[in-house]
Ligand binder design. Structure first.
Ligand code: PEP
Length: 239
């Protein structure tokens, strides 16, 4: 299974930046997904022309209703999006999202026919206290949807996001092995089929080493995903 390279543009990107997605789509790389801000999803779908998958960075748990400012998974699917990220640590931090919220969003994404990237990860304090495995276990217990259809997990240590800090390869390997064991415990053999991404300060310089780690099925990239040059360099670093 080739590595999956997913870009998360966060709250970055204006109309002129669509050119970056067009450049990604114009390359020969075919394992790229990009989640631009909601405002660019429809334009991104058009220029991606099916060559790269476009997704949302979040969705509401309900299909429609009185939720001012929110976007549903059905609306993303209607625009031609193919996936949605749920539970990113910035949403957990800025919007107070709980594991139960994340689970509801994941199931809404699945119901809308989207692939779902569900993010988990420990804080620096939790890591220093030796609680990484326990935190991941609890987050998965609280946020995994009922079935694993279209599910992808992103292990993103909170302290590694946007900081330039990256865990050791041994720590990445241990965390991914732990996530895998939890997925198999929850879903049985189907748990082996769930891809696990690593995220947190991935760059063209470290992507090759990270992607070579056992159980790392790809990467979720923030800052280094904003230009085609950088994201394509990460994609081509895959072993
Ligand atoms: C992210 O936004 O999920 C992320 C990993 O960001 P960065 O690559 O900038 O650390």
């Amino acid at each position: 299974m080739p590595a999956l390279i997913v870009g998360n543009w966060k709250m970055n990107g204006l109309g002129e930046d669509i050119a970056e997605i067009a450049a990604m789509a114009g390359s020969s790389v075919r394992n790229l997904w990009v989640a631009p801000p909601f405002t660019l999803v429809d334009r991104a779908v058009i220029v991606a022309a099916g060559a790269i998958k476009i997704g949302g960075q979040d969705c509401h748990a309900r299909d429609k209703g009185a939720h001012t400012g929110c976007v549903s998974a059905a609306m993303l699917a209607d625009l031609g999006a193919g996936f949605v990220i749920v539970g990113h640590s910035e949403r957990r931090r800025d919007n107070g999202e709980t594991d139960a919220d994340v689970r509801a969003k994941a199931m809404a994404g699945q119901a809308a026919g989207l692939e779902v990237i569900l993010c988990i990860g420990e804080t620096r304090g939790e890591r220093d206290a030796g609680e990484t495995a326990a935190v991941l276990t609890a987050q998965l217990a609280g946020s995994l949807p009922e079935d694993s259809n279209g599910l992808i997990i992103a292990y993103e240590p909170v302290w590694a996001i946007g900081t330039g800090l990256v865990p050791t390869l041994a720590d990445v390997s241990a965390a991914h092995a732990h996530v895998r064991s939890q997925l198999v415990a929850r879903y049985g053999p189907a748990g082996h089929g769930v891809r696990i991404l690593y995220g947190g300060s991935v760059t063209p310089a470290n992507a090759g080493d990270l992607l070579a780690v056992d159980e790392v099925g790809g990467v979720l990239v923030g800052g280094a995903s904003l230009t085609a040059d950088s994201l394509l360099a990460i994609a081509t670093a895959a072993p």
